[in-house]
Structures are given as C-alpha cells and as structure tokens.
Design a protein. Sequence first.
Length: 193
Amino acid sequence: MREPVPIHRIVVEARELFREYGYEGASMRDLADRVGLRPQSLYTRFPSKESLVREVLALTLDDTLADLPDSKTDWRAAWRTLIRRIAETFETRGRCVGLHLAYGVTAQTPDAQEAVRAFFLRLRDAMAGILDAGKVCEPAAVAEDILAQLEGATLWIATSGDMTPLRRAAERACDIAILSSALSRSTEIEKKR
C-alpha cells in the first residue's frame, strides 16, 4: 500500500508548477505526476486548480514572514530580514509565484483572483507594520513602492537573467532603515535646539 501524499507536499509542488508555468500552463495532471498520485486522487483533495491558489499563496506568505525578528524590539532587523528573504527567493526561483499568478488568473477564476489580491495586501500590510514600528512616514505607501520595485525587478530576471536590478532594489529597500535612523537623529537634534 502506498503512503498517503501529505497536503503540504502537494501545495509545495503546486507552487513550483505555478512559478514555472503560470496559472494557465500548470495542470492538475502535471501536479498529480509530480507528487505520485492519480489525477482523480488529487481531485479528492483539491477539486480544481483554482482551489490550490489560496493554499499556495498562504504557504508562500507563511514562508516569507516566518521567524522574523520582532519589529517592536528591532524593526530594522525585521525589515532587512524580510527584504533579503524576498530578494533571495526571487533570485533563487527567478520569479514571484504571486506575481506570476496575478498575470494568469482572470475573471473566470474569481477565487484565485481574490487570493492573489489578498496575498499582496497581506504582504504589504506586514511590511507596513514593520515600517510603522520604525516610525517611517507613510508606511503603507512606502511598502507598496518597495514591493513594486522588487516585483518589477523580476521582469529583468525573467527576460534577461540579470539579477542586478533586483539587488539594487533590495539594497535601496534596506537603506530605508539607515535613512530613517539618520532622519530621526536629525529630528532629535533639532528638537534639542
């Protein structure tokens, strides 16, 4: 008798298929082959490809945010760790599964569309929470801009294999911790005068 395939493994393999082939290019048959299941066995666990999107993005967000330093005690360390983790994932994998899915899901897959939207909002909110702990002005807007720069850098990876824009975007994002520190010191000095 075969060992049952853990749901976690199915979701991990689905994430890699989505990352490699996008939503349209990934198939339930390919996923079943990867995890060693018959397609009908896979469908008993996930009734459709669309039903996998939320699980894939939840796993991705959990992996991204896991074990960050406490932003209340050291927001700079939390910020740098998060930015480096995102950049390393893009560099290693070549693209963001969330962004790849964003371009593949349509109005015909509303649950998947909502899952992608929720993924990016939750990631933005996590980033903004860290920036807010550091008293960075307009943390949500800063988080959105940085997320857009990091995600945009994956275009160069996908089209040319060039990691340089991603590395620059990550470096600029990490610099926020340094700039914020310098600005707060400058403000403290002005207040003392």
